[in-house]
Ligand binder design. Structure first.
Ligand code: SF4
Length: 411
């Protein structure tokens, strides 16, 4: 699980000492050196955002719902389409009906904020070597038994310590930290849709991009509306089996496939991650079908990341994914025609690097989340001049406009 430290809170002297000790113990000197610099900035009061922990819930008008009889509402944000009686909440636990009006309880209530390498999302073809100001609120609209962030995703807002941060304040902080991107991540950003949307609007105006790191469980109308504001998307493609989605995630496969096809149609930069869990979603046949579907429905240029599972949450009886399984998945997807396939959570593995799909020249070398070298020249291979799919400059990121259907109103 990602570090859930709260960077909006001014650290104490003890925090600084603790981070220093952790630095020595873990040997992660480069990463923590950077955190130490941030900590010094907070201590000096430069751009710090001290804020007391929230007490109670914050209410904000929700988008995408309709009124039913007897003060009931129907949520139209995600495929669950919860019908919610007065004073009740939807499945995700963060949207509440108050007298026939639907409200979100997580507008700007951040329980996690960190500055991460964009590679940690993971996005490998989106501004490599840059940072993403990464935030989350409590809640999720599915329940994965293997969730790495279950401490925030599977709790209600009032059960998780949070601070209130407006979109403007978040964007100001992002600029002060010189992050070109905000990542909506860790839990499930679809359930804090309104905040993500409004923040992405402000961010674009200030020259900052927005990437959604999501399970893809969202309806078409809110997705299209949101993509007018975003600059990139990563979807967790959890399996190519409805049985897996139902039994391991309390969800369904079809809505995720629909989301992926809409994203492809819109044309936003998209990468896919498959967390490979031994015996549950690692069969060669399933991976082959998934790779073939990706090539046929999304095209060969959508990168796929096959990442290593670690026992957690409600799946502690299975081992870590063998590296050989990741290598097999990677090969199967490449054989199916996917041009950029990565092995994830295996630092120093050659499968973490980017190779030109035309001449196989190594373009980007990674060690974990760090870039050792990036040879791309204006998004092209320096050896054969082939254009490499991706978003390679902030100008390119901010220039993105979704392709719209003829029937879209443009509202
Ligand atoms: S976003 Fe929440 S309330 Fe709305 S349909 Fe999905 S689970 Fe239900």
């Amino acid at each position: 699980m990602d570090d859930l430290g709260n960077i909006f809170t001014k650290p104490s002297r003890r925090d600084l000492l603790r981070w220093g000790a952790a630095c020595c113990a873990a040997g992660a000197i480069c990463q923590l050196q950077r955190e130490y610099v941030w900590a010094l900035q907070y201590a000096a009061g430069t751009g710090a955002l001290p804020g007391p922990a929230l007490e109670g819930v914050v209410r904000h008008e929700a988008l995408h719902w309709e009124v039913l009889e007897e003060k009931k509402v129907k949520c139209a944000l995600c495929p669950r389409e919860c019908q919610v009686a007065d004073v009740e909440r939807g499945y995700c636990g963060v949207r509440e009906n108050q007298g026939g009006k639907y409200q979100t309880l997580v507008y700007g209530t951040l329980c996690s904020a960190n500055i991460d390498p964009i590679e940690k999302k993971p996005l490998f073809h989106y501004l490599p070597g840059t940072t993403a100001f990464s935030i989350a609120t409590a809640g999720c609209n599915i329940e994965c038994k293997f969730c790495q962030n279950w401490q925030i995703s599977q709790f209600r807002p009032e059960q998780v310590k949070s601070v209130s941060v407006s979109p403007e304040r978040l964007v100001d902080t992002c600029k002060a930290r010189r992050c070109p991107t905000i990542a909506y991540t860790y839990s499930e950003p679809v359930i804090f849709y309104e905040y993500m949307h409004d923040t992405a609007v402000v961010a674009r105006e200030q020259g900052i991009g927005s990437v959604m790191i999501s399970n893809g469980y969202i309806q078409e109308k809110p997705l299209r509306q949101l993509c007018k504001r975003l600059t990139g998307v990563k979807i967790d493609f959890k399996a190519f089996s409805d049985k897996f989605y139902r039994e391991s995630c309390a969800g369904e496969l079809k809505p995720v496939l629909t989301t992926l096809e809409i994203l492809r149609e819109i044309g936003i930069w998209l990468e896919l991650v498959v967390l490979v869990i031994p015996t549950l979603n690692d069969s060669p046949e399933e991976i082959k079908q998934m790779g073939e579907w990706v090539v046929k429905r999304l095209g060969p240029d959508v990168p796929m990341h096959f990442t290593r599972f670690h026992p957690t949450y409600r799946i502690t009886n299975l081992p870590r994914t063998p590296v050989s399984t990741l290598e097999r998945c990677r090969q199967i997807a490449m054989d199916a025609g996917v041009r950029y396939v990565y092995a994830g959570n295996v630092p120093t593995h050659p499968g973490e690097n980017t190779y030109c799909h035309n001449c196989n020249h190594e373009l980007i070398h990674r060690v974990g989340y760090r870039i050792s070298f990036n040879l791309l020249q204006d998004g092209k291979c320096p050896k054969c001049a082939e254009t490499i799919p991706g978003v390679w400059s902030q100008e390119q990121a901010l220039a993105f406009k979704p392709r719209e259907r003829q029937t879209d109103s443009g509202a």
